[in-house]
Design a protein around this ligand. Structure first.
Ligand code: ZN
Length: 342
């Protein structure tokens, strides 16, 4: 197994897991449709919603294999045959983990995932495996997210108070996944909801796959001031920004756990609504999968691998060197070699 081009390569199987670089001859498993995970590969496998989102964003002309969750598929295009089963990852609509079995051993690649059920999308369903490759975006202990119901109340209160002050509430969230969580969270507000064009298009894919939302409309300059506006952070500028004045802004991101988030985002408020797992949930996933070996990627990968080693697991960070996080004593006792990137 090699970690390369932001993805994992299993050369014996002829398989890539989320390659950032466009691949030609080999199959690529695409875990979900966030921009940093999709490329127009020549041969890709993903769930049906992931392909829908991809086609909105990319010109794809390659071969596509639509995978259904929980249905095992056999492949035999590399040196070794393997069986791949997609499992819901609970991150955004269509997001999936890959459970790969070959020659008597198994591997679970999580992609981005969220164990706590969200307001939209599917519920995360991991499975036991010998090797676990997991994303660890929020892999430090202080990332402890409040229950989603609490964040929902905070979002509703923010909207009610802003409207009572005669201002437009502007909720800033990534257009795929987070924005749809917010629309559902606003159920019961009984106030018009208006979506930035990008959020509107993405939400239509959600409805196509049977997800229900309170009524919403597409962006309209003339009436936006009378609505709750949901907009991606990069879209809140220029004419749109002028049209909603006077307004109050709120950012929805897991990074809102950090006290300086509101200042970094330059918003009036910030709430920790995330489509990733928090630290405790990351640990819980390890318990559920019960692997012999763990590799961590993304975010605080080295920190989380170090935490796992302290708990007695065989864990290594793939995406960054983790020697730095080892206590000096361990290195000087000559165990440094075990911490090398594999
Ligand atoms: Zn993602």
């Amino acid at each position: 197994m090699r970690y390369k081009a932001g993805g994992l390569h299993l050369p014996e199987l002829g398989l890539w897991l989320d390659s950032h670089a466009r691949q030609g001859g080999e199959w690529v498993f695409i875990s979900h449709a966030h921009a940093d995970h999709i490329r127009a590969h020549q041969q890709s496998m993903a769930t049906e919603p992931t392909f829908f989102f991809m086609h909105q964003r990319l010109k794809c002309q390659g071969r596509e294999k639509v995978m259904a969750c929980e249905i095992a598929e056999d492949f035999n295009h590399g040196a070794a045959p393997y069986r791949l089963t997609c499992l819901s990852a609970g991150h955004i609509l269509g997001s999936a983990m890959a459970h790969v079995e070959s020659r008597g051993s198994s591997l679970l690649y999580t992609g981005d995932f969220k164990l706590e059920p969200g307001f939209t999308g599917e519920v995360c369903k991991p499975r036991a495996a010998d090797i676990l490759i997991m994303e660890t975006t929020f892999g430090r202990p202080h990332y402890a997210f409040p229950p989603r119901a609490v964040i929902r109340e905070q979002a509703l209160n923010f909207c009610r108070e802003t409207l009572a002050d005669g201002k437009t509430p502007v909720l800033l969230a990534y257009s795929l996944g987070k924005a749809q969580e917010l629309i559902r969270a606003l159920e019961g507000l009984e106030h018009p909801i208006m979506l930035h064009d990008q959020v509107f298009e993405t939400t239509r894919v959600y409805t196509r796959f049977g997800q229900a939302f309170p009524p919403f409309t597409q962006w309209d300059h003339a009436t936006c001031r009378k609505s709750v506006v949901i907009c991606p952070p990069h879209g809140f500028s220029g004419k749109l920004r002028q049209a909603v004045q006077p307004c109050r802004t709120a950012m929805f991101t897991g990074w809102a756990i950090d006290s300086n988030c509101r200042y970094r985002c330059a918003t009036d408020a910030a709430f920790p609504l995330s489509d990733h797992s928090d630290f405790k949930s990351l640990l819980y996933l390890v318990k559920q999968v019960a692997p012999r070996k763990i590799y961590t990627v993304h975010g605080f990968a080295a920190d989380f691998a170090a935490t796992l080693r302290e708990l007695g697991h065989d864990a290594r960070a793939l995406s960054e060197p983790d020697q730095m996080t080892l206590p000096m004593g361990i290195l000087t006792r000559g165990l440094g070699a075990t911490a090398r990137k594999e």
